[in-house]
Structures are given as C-alpha cells and as structure tokens.
Design a binder for this molecule. Sequence first.
Ligand code: PEP
Ligand code: MG
Length: 584
Amino acid sequence: MTLACIGIGVSRAIALGPAFLMKRHPIEVTPSWIKEHEVEAEIQRFRQALEAARQELQLVRTQIPSSTPPDIADFIDAHLLMLEDVTFTEAPLELIRNQLYRAEWALQVRRDAIVEVFESMDDPYLKTRKDDVNHVVIQIQKCLMRDGDEVHTSHEDITGHVIIAQDLSPADTILLRYRGVAAFVTEFGGPLSHTAILARSIGIPAVLGLRNATQYLQHGEMLVVDGEQGVVLASLDATILEAYHKRLGVYQIHKEGQRRLASKPSQSLDKVPIKLFANIELPEDIYQAIAYGAAGVGLYRTEFMYMNRGAVNPDEEEHLEAYLKVVRGLNGIPVTIRTLDLGADKQIINRDGLYYPPACNPALGLRAIRLCLKEPELFKPQIRAILRAAAYGPVRLMVPMLSNLNEIFAIRQIIEEAKQELHRDGLRFNADIPFGGMIEVPSAALCAYQFAKHLDFLSIGTNDLIQYTLAIDRVDEDVNYLFDPLHPAVLKLIRMTIVAGQRCNIPVTMCGEMAGEPRYTRILLGLGLRRFSMESNSILDVKEMICNSDISYLTRTIKSMRSHIAQGDTEVILEALNQSPIPP
Ligand code: PEP
Ligand code: MG
C-alpha cells in the first residue's frame, strides 16, 4: 500500500527517484571491550578509520566550488586540523591499550571528556565549539562503523536520487547542489530555511519538516517527491508509479516549453508591462538571472560577504570588487544593492566569539539599518563602495528594515558625507544614485506615503513584513503554520505600500518570497504590483502567469471581492483568480 508522508513543500517541482538516506545522528555507541590479543588489530582499525575520515573530508574540501563563501571551506579545514590533533590521534589509543576499550567506545569517552570541558566554559562561542568536536567524532565513528547501516555520500553516485536527511548544513546543500540530486527531504526546516531557499534557487523539489523521515523512508526505495503539495510517496504500487511517470513527463515538457518565455516580453494579455527581477546572494548568481531573462537584479543581499569569515569585515575595496563583478556582468541592466542586513536570522560570530549583533530578541533588536546607523564604521565602507560601483552602471542603493523617517534622514546624511569624502579622495562615484528603502516592518507600510516622499523607490520585503505583522518568527518551525501571506492585514499593508508609490510616482517592487510564488501573482497584479523580484528559478513560472493574465479583469475582481479579502476568505479569492484560462 502506498505510504503518503506530509511535510512542507518548498518548491513547485515534482521528482521521482530512489531514496538516498543520509543518516547522521545519533550514532549509538555503547560501552564495549576487546580481548587482550585484539589490541593491535583494534589500534590498526582505529588508525584506518582516522585516515578514511581524513580522506573523506579532503574530498569534500576539493568539491567545494570556488563561488562558495570562504568560511564553509575554513570550517572543513578546521575539522581536518582537528583530525591531526593528539586528542583524536593518540588519546583513544591509550584507552584501547590500557582499558581494552573498543575503538568506538574509546573515542566516545574522549569526546565526552572534551565536551564536558567546553560545556563548563562561560564563553558562548567556545561552548559552541563542542559541535565541531562532535562533527569530527561522528566522522571517525562513521568510518569505524562502515559496515553498519550508515550511508555515505562522499564517493557514491547520487545523481537522480532523493536525499533524505535529518537536516542539511549549508556545506552539505552546497555540495549536493552540484551532484545532480533529484530532490531533498528533511526532517527539519521551514519555507524560509536555507535548504528551502537553495532548493528553490536550483529548481528542485524539496519537502521539509517531514518528521521521522529518516525512519519511515528506506534507503534505495523508489519515492515520489511533490514539492508543490509537500508530499512524499513511498511503497509505490505500479499504478501510482506509472501515473507519476506520466506527470513527470508532462512537467518536463512544460518546463522545456517555458524556456522560450525567457526572451519574450513580460506583459499581460492586455499589454501591461510587468518587470521581473532576480534576487541574488553571490555575484555568480547573475548568470542564472540573465539566462532566465531577468530585467535586472531587484535584491542583491550582501550579508554573505560578512558571514562565515570570522572577525574581519570586508573593506571598501572588497565590496567594490564584488559589486563591479555584478555591474559588469549585468552589462547595462540595473542592480539594486541592499545594504547590510545582519541580525535576527542573519547573525555572525564576532572577534570576541560572541553572536553579533547581540540582542535578547534578535528580530526586534539591533538589526539591519539600526546596526549600521549605530556603527558607521561598519556602514560607511559599504556606502562608499556602492556609490563608487554606481559610476560603472545602473546601481540603486536600498536599505533594509526601515521603521521611521529619522532613519531615512540619518542615512541621507551618511550618504552625503560619503560623497564628500569620495570627492576629496578624488575617486569616481555617482552622486545621483537612486536611494530606496525596504518596507518590511508594519510601521513602514503604514507610513509608506511619508517614506515614499523621501525615497526614490520602495521594495516590499514580505518575509519580514509577514513575520512582524503576524508576530511569527520566520524561522520557528512551531509557528510556521501561521505564516500566511494572504492574511488580510498583510494584503492591506502591501496595498498601502503600492498606493503610496503610485501617489508619489516612484517604483514599488516586491522582493520577498511571495513575489516568486505564481499562486500569488494574480492577486498581486490585481492589487497593483507591477515589479517583482525573486529567485531566478521562479521567473519563468511567474512570467507564464503574467502572460496569461488580464490585469483589468484582475483589478475589477479584486475590487469586487474586497469584503472577502477583509474577512480572510483569500483562498476563495485565489481560486477565483487562478482559474485557467482566465474568464473573459
Ligand atoms: C524580506 O524580508 O522579504 C526580504 C526580502 O529580506 P530577507 O529575506 O533577506 O530578510
Ligand atoms: Mg527582510
């Protein structure tokens, strides 16, 4: 009988493939002993496992693409160094020799002693170093238990497989991205998690938050992963398997056909032009944006430059180098560079080993522009680099997390100071750079008209706008179910922002995940949105929706359904709007 497991679907694709189980935790190690005559063989076994662990990590190291943020490689280098430390190479051997412990148990005992020392430390950074110890120990234990049910990914061909894991680290996801996997299924993670964003950006189906997936699903069994419905089907009978093979075939033909849309104009049936932009995180992402026919980059998230690199922040020249790669690569189409948005879900570890910026409640604390205004030495080099990059192509400067007008005035002042300094330093820059702000806090949306009077453009960040409007931590799995882009309060704030832009005659873009979800395209068009920015991979899905939509019909329908919107009957409205073909 077919087994259907329900999780959170985070990309629209479907896939069919054999399961590849990445079982990681917990590796159960129980006390066990050897006989005296087995000591030398046990020591030999331990040394072989150390060597195998080292080779595996080295292989991972060589597979990390050069575009990956430097710290992911640093992180693996640190683990390689730990594998050479006497704590792991010699100390367990004493326990094998003197106490006749089996190698796994000797290692575990050493691990427990080290972890206890880390845990007794007051310093939160050092406390977290115990995770590194655990990773290294697990890596060696996996090699010792190779003949158990542990499945390794390092050497095996995982092309076309469905990866089943408890969770995927950024390093795992980046590596898997290049190995042709068909889908991801994880036990943890929600729609805005790293794995979700990555799955969307590479356009493969993913079902996250599927509790106990690694227990229910078996290595090698054929699975269907439906990223749209958030369903994983196992123990498939022949009829279901055939039905999904057919569906997959139709889906692939549809995707092939959709490619042609990349070079077609983005406009509705009634010829209203709609601009579609890409969200990027690394300069290399522009190639995908161009391939999907993006009108430019609507959101360049720059936090990645600060993350995973230890204490040193990027200086002005490093910023400039990254921005110029993007500007030159885009060859005349615009890029909106967002200034640093550290804090909340995007924290780093600072030079004292503490989480930075510090806060009791990070989402409401010293985040994004608040941090930048408090620490101009962090902000200035970025502002100067953006002004300089704008001398080489159409660059717009955008600030996240605005919540009051004074912030806009303070930023303007810093921009003016930076211009004067650049002028004094004899450096080339663009004094007329457009300066815009993100609307992602309810206070900003409610005051959007006032904000719009002082800004050159607005961009709606729905990920945070929804979080702050509905009081739902965007990365807290327990409240994921309340994260509702169609909540009447959210739609009201979106509409207020769009109207503010229209009244002040400045462009309004949406760059949160909602903009890349074709289910919402028509309601957003009906609310007056004309500019969308999203993961490149979603551009053609949204474009297809736009090309099949009649905006005057959508506008009329939304108006006539105001009371449904206010009552939160939005699913009913979506159904009415998303019919295909659209009613005349
Ligand atoms: C948003 O909040 O919608 C947004 C685009 O910004 P980020 O996801 O980077 O916070
Ligand atoms: Mg945001």
